[in-house]
Ligand binder design. Structure first.
Ligand SMILES: NC(=O)c1ccc[n+]([C@@H]2O[C@H](COP(=O)([O-])OP(=O)(O)OC[C@H]3O[C@@H](n4cnc5c(N)ncnc54)[C@H](O)[C@@H]3O)[C@@H](O)[C@H]2O)c1
Length: 260
């Protein structure tokens, strides 16, 4: 049986480049056939439109700005191909993607990204989850350009100490910070959903990186995880761990013993 799948990457910025490098080096059972980016990235494979990439591939890895994701999802799912999606916020902000997935033979897979503990949180669903919270702390520059920062006229340069910027549901957080709280969207999808998952966004000029503290309670368990990521050098909003989580997800197909 030929298990090899044709794979491509849409968006070759900070995270997509990590995936492209790993695929170019070789991941067993994947044939790296193309990319899609506005620039002309040099990974030794052709740069194509979303439609051509979806047509050529069995699986497409998404590493795009969230607002572009619905267009890629449409091209991929209409062709019954699989989508490995890092921009989890897009699933909250563009519910039509869920409808497309329901009609498609293709699937959407969301990796753990920049956080930890989703395996245990998925398991705890079976006992019932009472509460899920995530507090994300970033250096102020990591929140630059977010719709909420603009609407509230927040001067990020004026923040002197650790400051609570936002508190609300994961759905509200995705609308307020579409490029910053993918982790909250992923947590909500693994747990009790975007309306019930609570999110805090903190800006700390002394933060060395992007930190995510999660507390989930239910049944007879309390799950607490804390992840501190150095910002990606090419995009301070992102963490390299998110790129590695995509590569790890792909590698799990070929590992003979898989921890999931
Ligand atoms: N789930 C997580 O934990 C997590 C963590 C960090 C980042 N993210 C998300 O991952 C996504 C990628 O992050 P990044 O840091 O790599 O972003 P980036 O800005 O570094 O890269 C985005 C790439 O997409 C390309 N692009 C933009 N519009 C395009 C279009 N219309 N067609 C083709 N290519 C286009 C850009 O040229 C760029 O190369 C973002 O949505 C980000 O919010 C998720």
């Amino acid at each position: 049986m030929n298990r090899t799948k044709k794979i491509g990457v849409a968006g070759c910025g900070a995270l997509g480049s990590i995936v492209c490098d790993a695929l170019r080096d070789g991941i067993e059972y994947y044939d790296f056939v193309g990319v899609s980016d506005l620039d002309e990235p040099d990974f030794g494979v052709p740069n194509m439109s979303f439609g051509d990439l979806a047509e050529t591939c069995d699986i497409v890895v998404e590493c795009l700005p969230p607002k572009v994701v619905p267009a890629l999802a449409k091209e991929t799912l209409e062709r019954d191909k699989d989508l490995l999606m890092i921009s989890a916020c897009a699933l909250l902000l563009s519910p039509e993607i869920n409808d497309m997935a329901k009609k498609s033979a293709g699937r959407i897979m969301v990796p753990s990204g920049a956080i930890a503990g989703l395996d245990a949180i998925s398991a705890l669903n079976f006992a019932g989850i009472d509460s899920a919270t995530i507090a994300t702390t970033k250096p102020p520059r990591g929140l630059k350009g977010a719709p909420y920062i603009k609407q509230k006229n927040i001067d990020l340069d004026e923040i002197k100490g650790n400051t609570l910027i936002f508190r609300g549901s994961a759905l509200e957080a995705a609308q307020a910070f579409p490029a910053n709280v993918n982790v909250a969207a992923t947590l909500s999808l693994a747990g009790i959903g975007p309306e019930r998952t609570q999110v805090e966004v903190w800006a700390d000029p002394n933060a060395q990186g992007n930190c995510h503290d999660i507390t989930v309670k239910g049944g007879s368990s309390t799950i607490k995880t804390s992840v501190a990521n150095a910002p990606d050098p090419s995009n301070p909003k992102s963490s390299m761990l998110a790129g590695y989580s995509l590569v790890a997800t792909l590698k799990k197909r070929s590992d003979k013993i898989v921890v999931i």
